[in-house]
Ligand binder design. Sequence first.
Ligand SMILES: NC(=O)c1ccc[n+]([C@@H]2O[C@H](COP(=O)([O-])OP(=O)(O)OC[C@H]3O[C@@H](n4cnc5c(N)ncnc54)[C@H](O)[C@@H]3O)[C@@H](O)[C@H]2O)c1
Length: 406
Amino acid sequence: MGLGYVGLPTAAILATRGFSVVGVDVDDKKVNQIKNCKLSINEAGLDVLLKAVINSKNLTVQTDIVEADVFIVCVPTPLNKNKKADLSFVKNAVRYVGKKIMKGNLVILESTVPPGTTKGLVRKILENESKLKCPGDFYLTYSPERVLPGNLLRELVKNNRVIGGIDVDSAKKAEDIYSSFVEGEICLTDTVTAEFVKLMENTYRAVNIALANEFAKIGKHDINIREAIEIANKHPRVNILNPGPGVGGHCIPLDPWFLVDENSELIKIALETNKGMPGYVCKLLENVFKKAKKKIKNSKIVLLGASYKKDVDDIRESPTDKMINVLKKKECNVVVYDPIVEHCRYLEKNFEKAFKNADACVIVTDHSVFKNIDWNKVKKLMNNNPVLIDTRNIVKDVKGFISEGY
Ligand SMILES: NC(=O)c1ccc[n+]([C@@H]2O[C@H](COP(=O)([O-])OP(=O)(O)OC[C@H]3O[C@@H](n4cnc5c(N)ncnc54)[C@H](O)[C@@H]3O)[C@@H](O)[C@H]2O)c1
């Protein structure tokens, strides 16, 4: 249930392991695309895998749910306006499942959810819809995904996995399914612990990225923050992450909010720190404009990279999008150059057109191809006194720009 970043690769891999898989999604456009082996996400190797499993008929896709032995739910869990988990997609999907389950079936929830959701809300809906009891009549587990977009297929197989069961038998049933393709260690526990583990992992990332960002802000112009981090990381028990323009994607900026309550100031501050980074970068840009005695109003600014992380086309919650909002308020002429992303606001796919007569460039994403940019050529395309803000530390030894970065 849910053929997105998580559900589709999972369905495709299971289809290569001897299971007869039915992929279900409420989005009929997406279902038709997948039927025709077209992907809405750019993920290495997935196109080849999809063709193979669709052609072999081991994976069929449709909008209607069917009876099955195992139901795996991978639907979105966004934040609502009050920064709480919006569980409406999970509720709807589980309601459908509840109408179809029979004695002996297994239900696995993969969506990221607040602790207690599986044994509370999910179990209740399944029991109400099916008139069955759990544990007893059917098996129920929670098993979150830990994949890194861009390396999804490899990580699905190689990563360690946690499976939380409503009881031991449920956890073991789910282990039978996942061990068909998981080569990493599988840890069995209860559902609440597994839900908490997933949120701790994303919160750990968010807090540590926030710390690196905070160091970069404190360091300002006086300290080469990259060098300082490299030296600090030679300490045997220190591992500071890289600062950047903010965090994006479906997980790190959002999921830790599921853990925030009145006792978790640290998590809240970390999330706000990361959220504030695009604004901080725009402030840096404005300061450099002042230094260069240039007006930011009506200037042309190139944002290099639209996706939130390198070498992927995922623009969800991307810092670029937030910078566009800030810079548009300052009446800048914004252009986004990204060779991987196909659709985003102000996207210009032609490199020369993007940089022609630009006043400033802000490096937001560290796509591998950006390492090969000829900055001398860029300088010639840009207006006099070109400004360069590098938030990813990818430009080395380039002269002729008024630059800032960390
Ligand atoms: N993307 C990641 O890298 C990642 C990693 C780990 C965990 N997760 C979690 O996994 C879950 C899914 O994330 P995603 O990135 O795959 O989301 P996605 O938005 O890419 O895909 C979700 C799909 O579910 C479909 N859907 C919605 N309601 C449905 C329903 N009732 N029945 C069937 N299909 C339905 C949507 O149409 C969509 O195609 C989320 O909880 C997310 O937090 C995501």
